[in-house]
Design a binder for this molecule. Structure first.
Ligand code: PNS
Length: 167
């Protein structure tokens, strides 16, 4: 059985992430979406919220599960019996950072392969930070995040800024 891990901050999951999840779930027998617990970037959503938003987004994908990790990614991948790390690539700007991580992960754990999946062009401009900024400024996030979690994101950002609106 080929098990792959798709890691990230997912703060929050976007349609770009969901597209990578859907496509890689067709390539691997089992896909574990792994949400990093402690990260340099201070996330807006708690780990529980980020996991729950992903779970609400992946309905119907029976070979996909959501998990969380801390520490080295390669240690988590090995502990899960996986052999592949899936990463999404949007633009050249992603490449340098992703290339560095892939090479370092291979140095740490040579048996684990990193596989890059090109983003769908529809989502090449999309990032979690932009989604948060647009929602916080009360712009529309339709088509940017899964429909099932749109209101959760709006509620979180409105709670933060003290408002209570629909976007
Ligand atoms: O969505 P992100 O923020 O780009 O995800 C980055 C992530 C979580 C994949 C990366 O920071 C990571 O793998 N962190 C775990 C710590 C680790 O293994 N660091 C060494 C990587 S070379």
């Amino acid at each position: 059985m080929k098990i792959a891990v798709y890691p990230g901050s997912f703060d929050p999951i976007t349609n770009g992430h969901l597209d990578i999840i859907q496509r890689s779930s067709r390539v691997f027998d089992r896909l574990i979406v792994a949400v990093v617990k402690n990260h340099n970037k201070k996330p807006l959503f708690t780990i529980e919220e980020r996991v729950s938003l992903i779970e609400k987004s992946i309905g119907g994908l029976t070979n996909v599960e959501v998990d969380r990790f801390e520490g080295l990614l390669v240690d988590f991948v090995s502990a899960k019996g996986a052999t592949v790390i899936v990463k999404g690539l949007r633009a050249m700007s992603d490449f340098e950072y992703e290339f560095q991580m892939a090479l370092l992960n291979r140095k740490l754990q040579p048996d684990i392969e990193t596989i890059f999946m090109m983003t769908n062009y529809k989502y090449s401009y999309l990032s979690s930070s932009m989604v948060k900024e647009i929602a916080a400024l009360e712009g529309s996030i339709v088509d940017l995040v899964p429909e099932t979690i749109r209101q959760d994101i709006i509620n979180k950002l409105c709670t933060k800024s003290g408002g209570d609106s629909e976007i």
